[in-house]
Design a protein around this ligand. Structure first.
Ligand SMILES: [Zn+2]
Length: 93
């Protein structure tokens, strides 16, 4: 995925998931409109905005399927550690 502004449109920068599972950080949701529609969730470092982790999934029910997706992210400290500045995105209380 090349850097730049030619990617798919960012629909909701700073978007907050139902139930407050997000907590910290900036989450960007990119919605692509293809035949197999995918929702892309992208976490960025609080300190330097470097991309930490990105998942592309096809969600049929955002209210039930988002929880496990975020839980997997928060459970893996390596995914939350910034490769650029070393900051670790804190898990929500
Ligand atoms: Zn960083």
């Amino acid at each position: 995925m090349p850097e730049g502004s030619s990617g798919p449109p960012v629909v909701g920068r700073g978007w907050v998931a139902p139930g407050g599972v997000l907590g910290h950080g900036t989450l960007e949701v990119e919605r692509t409109r293809r035949a197999d529609e995918l929702d892309v969730f992208l976490w960025r470092c609080d300190a330097c905005e470097h991309e930490l982790h990105r998942v592309a999934v096809s969600l049929s029910d955002i209210t039930t399927e988002l929880g496990p997706l975020f839980e997997a992210f928060w459970a893996d400290e390596a995914r939350r550690t910034c490769a650029r500045c070393g900051a670790v995105l804190p898990r929500p209380a």
